[in-house]
Design a protein around this ligand. Structure first.
Ligand SMILES: [Zn+2]
Length: 293
């Protein structure tokens, strides 16, 4: 039996904080924490496949979020947000749908969610948001509460509150796609979540061109390290790996492992294999390597 596919979208991210509360809490962090918590309640369910549009503090365009859900052939999509208003007294929980076919999902999620938030019930509403307009499956956008309200801001970042609401959203999603919720029920699995930093290159990157092909190198203490195997083999060398070091034609050279790939100083490769290096003075982040003729 095919698994039901659920896409959970944490709104905003990275350079886009979303709304910021009076105490300085950022909506993007709330959204991400909630998405991860909902995922935790669903990910061991044998009848579900759960996809997060983002699991870290990264920036995604709206169309990328849509594309993730559409490409996955998702059965349900929920975008998680916190609301904001210029009126500091505005409060409550609200769920948006756009396409009529998504209204059932909105009603189901909202019913579960509003019982868990205990906040003012602002109801289900029509909202013309890109992520629920351009997706092709049942899709809703939830505004759990108002981060612009000082009391609600504190509530939104309360771990027990988050766990209860995440559980409710998870149960609402299960109910909608017709899959039994398999727990854990009372006790939330996810511990308080510290958003992981975005995955970035561990060192400044260098553009490395070998025979017209592009590779990514790294500048480490002013030495350019390049991926040993693809470039070494292009230069006609035999690349091996022994005792944590890359070998070029049998000789071990200084090695830095980056993302599981052995990188070596570009000069070690070119010296061993008789290639030439050209450093472009106008572009210090580029290195050209010319194989021995
Ligand atoms: Zn938002």
């Amino acid at each position: 039996m095919a698994k039901k596919i659920i896409v959970i979208d944490a709104g905003h991210g990275a350079k886009d904080p979303g709304a910021v509360g009076p105490a300085g809490k950022k909506e993007k962090d709330f959204n991400l924490t909630m998405a991860i918590k909902v995922e935790a309640f669903l990910k061991d369910n044998p009848e579900l496949k759960v996809i997060l549009t983002r699991g870290t503090d990264v920036f995604l365009e709206l169309k990328e979020r849509v594309s993730i859900a559409n490409k996955a052939g998702a059965d349900a999509f929920v975008s998680i947000h916190a609301n904001s208003s210029s009126n500091p007294d505005a409060t409550g929980t609200e769920t948006y749908y756009m396409r009529p076919t998504s209204k059932n999902l909105a009603n189901t999620i909202h019913k579960h969610m509003v019982a868990a938030t205990g906040l003012r019930d602002r109801g289900v509403a029509y909202g013309n948001f890109q992520v629920i307009r351009s997706t092709t499956m049942d899709a809703v956008l939830v505004e759990v509460g108002f981060i612009s309200n000082a009391v609600e801001e504190a509530t939104l970042f309360d771990n027990d509150f988050q766990n209860n609401v995440a559980l409710a959203i998870a149960k609402g999603l299960c109910a909608h796609v017709g899959v039994p919720f398999t727990g854990p029920d009372t006790k939330p699995t996810p511990a308080p979540v510290t958003p992981k930093p975005a995955e970035t290159a561990p060192y400044p990157t260098m553009e490395v061109i070998v025979g017209g092909q592009d590779f990514t190198g790294f500048s480490i203490n002013n030495t350019t390290f390049v991926p040993s195997r693809p470039i070494g083999e292009m230069l006609g060398g035999k690349i091996g790996y022994t005792g944590g070091k890359v070998t070029i034609n049998g000789a071990a050279v200084e090695t830095v492992n980056i993302n599981g790939i052995g990188h070596v100083p570009v000069r070690a490769l070119t010296a061993a294999l008789g290639a030439r290096i050209f450093w472009d003075k106008k572009n210090p982040k580029r290195v050209d390597i010319f194989p021995k003729l």
